[in-house]
Design a protein around this ligand. Structure first.
Ligand code: ACM
Ligand code: ZN
Length: 536
């Protein structure tokens, strides 16, 4: 009996030690630029202090994050002091001569030193430290102390933009789940959350000057069942109030993540048109769609009221989101209605435009000027290239990397989010029978990992690529555990694409570390896909 108990304890120990850095190999994702493991351990205990040697206004967000882990471990936070470097401390120095997101993390036998370019860099040092600590820090049983492998890290990201998009239109998530999504991004050192808030199937953000958008536009009467032509007969909807939005933007800021709202124009506008039918070319009637796809009814580009409306929407959106970028959509806008609409045709003549593609450019550039006048920049999907593009718009390349390459060559900034590598709503296994129903495609973890965002560009053009993004469209993703299943561990692969120098990438090494990271997902009660465990 005693022997069996001993065996169980030994087995548990092996499982436990397997889960974090006790080995001579690096376990952190994304892989740090430089990391050297040294002999020995630092013993972190409730007596260890967080010692701020010098800091910044928002450093408390980083410290609060770390102290949450400490509270999970010891039952109480570490005390926070100020002073010169000391023993048995996490000494924090912000040194603005480093890059903003850059950090050094030194764990020695006597103390832990963090030096970073800003509080954000300190936060990333804590995220790395987290991955060097046992799973108890996530939500386990209390420990008396923690031994942390001695290590010296010098680290900074490859790209300044590391994002993920979540569609809350086709299916919505609660505020708490959105916060968990932000936590998931922070764990992987992402710094942008692109929030897809409006589309044909619903309008999900309160706009006080246009109340019909949520009164009418947030509800659809029914939804198509799976891939059939039958509807479920059940109304579906919901939206985020401005108070909800403020809470989420603040929560993201505490995790050094900027929230970029997306308000779709000129297409994907059925919910807006159903709320305000006079803004469409035909005047309606319209309905909030219960089907997926691309719809012919779009904002009328010949009607000045459309621009007045959108300006009013952006006035409120810009107040709510401090982001430098506002996403204006721009994808999949059919030109059928514009071809038939006297107002749109009149606009083409009046503005000396060649065709409806140029009308789309007119539309986007008119809104861009307005958004620029408020001190913000736009991002648009790669279709905004089609009728000519302003110098200042940033392109999000989704139909492969082709549009991104074209834009980078033109001198525009680019975010690579190709459906070939970064569509996390696609199947992640070829064995579709055993996967939840998906929109289609096939993007394995290895495929995500293989993305080279600057392939096909010379070094000057490559400088225009500011980063990468993974997208989670939710036609078939109803609940949050399913979102997590699609995101994890593929966002770990994308995190490394966005962070680690390309020449350092090695899929087998990544896979070893990703398997270790899945233990942390489990400890955090995150649902995840485990295909990487059985890859050949
Ligand atoms: C998109 O997937 N339509 C951007
Ligand atoms: Zn029109």
């Amino acid at each position: 009996m005693k022997n069996i108990r001993l065996l169980i304890i030994l087995a548990a120990c092996f499982m436990f030690f397997d889960s974090y850095a006790t080995s001579t190999e690096i376990t952190i994702i994304p892989r740090p630029v430089e990391a050297e493991i040294a002999k020995g351990y630092f013993t972190l205990s409730p007596k260890t202090v967080i010692n701020i040697v010098n800091g910044e206004d928002d450093l408390h967000y980083a410290c609060n994050f770390f102290n949450k882990l400490m509270t999970n471990t010891f039952g109480n936070p570490l005390s926070v002091k100020q002073g010169t470097n000391r023993k048995n401390a996490v000494n924090i120095s912000v040194n603005p001569s480093l890059e903003k997101e850059e950090y050094y993390l030194d764990v020695t036998k006597k103390t832990i030193n963090i030096t970073a370019g800003s509080s954000q860099g300190v936060f990333y040092a804590f995220q790395s430290l987290r991955q060097l600590m046992p799973l108890n820090v996530e939500n386990g049983e209390h420990l008396a102390n923690i031994e942390i492998q001695n290590i010296s890290i010098k680290d900074k990201p490859l790209y300044p933009y590391r994002g993920a998009m979540l569609d809350v239109v086709r299916h919505i998530s609660s505020k708490e789940d959105i916060k968990t999504f932000i936590d998931m991004l922070a764990l992987h050192k992402f710094n942008r959350f692109h929030w897809h808030l409006t589309d044909d199937q619903g309008w999900r953000i309160e706009i006080k000057s246009y109340p019909e958008l949520t009164r009418v536009g947030s509800m659809r009467a029914e939804t198509l069942i799976k891939k059939t032509s039958e509807y479920d007969g059940t109304p579906y909807g919901g939206y985020f109030t401005q108070e909800d939005v403020k809470e989420i933007v603040q929560y993201a800021a505490e995790n050094y993540i900027t929230v970029i709202p997306e308000i779709e124009l000129p297409g994907h506008a059925s919910a807006a048109l159903t709320s305000y039918p006079s803004l469409g070319c035909t005047g309606g009637p319209y309905k909030v769609e219960g089907r997926w796809g691309v719809f012919n009814d779009v904002f009328c580009a010949g009607n000045d009221d459309t621009f007045t409306f959108l300006q009013g929407v952006f006035d409120e959106v810009i107040e709510l989101f401090p982001s430098e970028y506002i996403h204006v959509g721009g994808d999949e806008c059919p030109k059928k209605r514009w071809k038939e609409c006297p107002k749109c045709q009149h606009r083409i003549q009046e503005e000396n435009l060649k065709n409806e593609h140029e009308l789309q450019s007119y539309f986007v550039e008119r809104m861009e000027k307005y958004i620029n006048s408020k001190g913000r920049k736009i991002i648009g999907w790669d279709e905004i290239l089609e009728g000519g593009i302003s110098q200042t718009a940033t392109i999000m390349s989704w139909r492969g990397t082709k549009g991104g390459i074209e834009a980078a060559k033109l001198g525009n900034k680019v975010i690579m989010s190709p459906n070939s590598h970064a569509y996390l709503d696609y199947y992640q296994s070829k064995d579709r029978e055993n996967e939840p129903l998906s929109i289609g495609g096939f993007v394995s973890v290895e495929k995500v990992y293989s993305l080279n965002p600057v392939e096909g560009l010379n070094p000057a053009e490559a400088n225009n690529v500011i980063g990468v993004q993974g997208n989670i469209w939710r036609e078939y993703i109803k609940d949050f555990p399913h979102v997590q299943y699609m995101a994890l561990p593929r966002i770990a692969a994308l995190a490394e694409v966005g962070w680690t120098p390309t020449e350092m990438k090695n899929y087998e090494d990544f896979r070893r570390r990703a398997i270790i990271l899945t233990h942390r997902y489990k400890a955090l009660s995150y649902n995840f896909a485990n295909h990487i465990l059985s890859e050949e």
